[in-house]
Ligand binder design. Structure first.
Ligand code: IMP
Ligand code: MG
Length: 179
């Protein structure tokens, strides 16, 4: 347990996250992922991906892993709407089955950008998995194949998610209290 903080309201606890990730791993395994390459979209999803990958191994799914760094937010709490490739992955995706992993699906721009780029490089199949889905925020058509939790339109932090590069290490998902 980490100390409770007066400035943060806990929205999803550590235990709830762990339980849901075990469930997500089972759903992914049931979809018969085969020789899948997990593509982790950095930075926000590094904590989620670390737990998801270990949950996948526990249900007998042993993927390859690569990383792609994208950015759309800068240091504000609202998306600039423009996604930039900051650092590319190193694996060749042509003919591969991919599972794109992101922390949160909001406007949809980030996942659409990643999906389209990898499709253009000849990926054979692209599935998507997000821990959080803010479906009220959608600006482009995009639904993830695997969703951890649906949440309302609030800016959340913790478990990899940041506000201006802070709070990524919190083990739960929370909301910053005003003032
Ligand atoms: P989208 O491109 O608008 O779908 O947003 C996806 C990206 O925006 C995610 O990968 C996050 O990095 C970031 N993001 C969206 N909502 C939040 C939030 O509530 N807290 C922190 N980051 C967020
Ligand atoms: Mg992100």
């Amino acid at each position: 347990m980490v100390p409770q903080r007066p400035d943060i309201e806990v929205l999803i606890t550590e235990d709830e996250i762990a339980l849901r990730i075990a469930g997500l791993a089972q759903e992914i395994a049931a979809g018969d992922p085969g020789d899948v390459l997990v593509v982790v979209i950095l930075k926000g999803s590094f904590v989620f991906a670390a737990d998801l990958l270990r949950a996948l191994e526990r249900v007998g799914v042993s993927p390859q892993v690569d990383f792609l760094t994208l950015a759309s937010y800068g240091e504000s709490a609202t998306s600039s709407g423009k996604v930039k490739l900051i650092q590319d992955m190193s694996e060749n995706v042509a003919g591969r089955r991919l599972l794109l992993v992101d922390d949160i699906l909001d406007s949809g721009q980030t996942l659409v950008f990643a999906r389209d780029a990898l499709r253009e490089r000849g990926a054979a199949e692209i599935k998507t998995c997000v821990l959080l889905d803010k479906n009220e925020g959608r600006q482009v058509a995009m639904e993830a194949d695997y969703v951890g939790f649906e949440i309302g339109n609030r800016f959340v932090i913790g478990y990899g998610l940041d506000f201006a590069h802070r709070f990524r290490g919190l083990p739960y998902i929370g909301v910053l209290n005003e003032d």
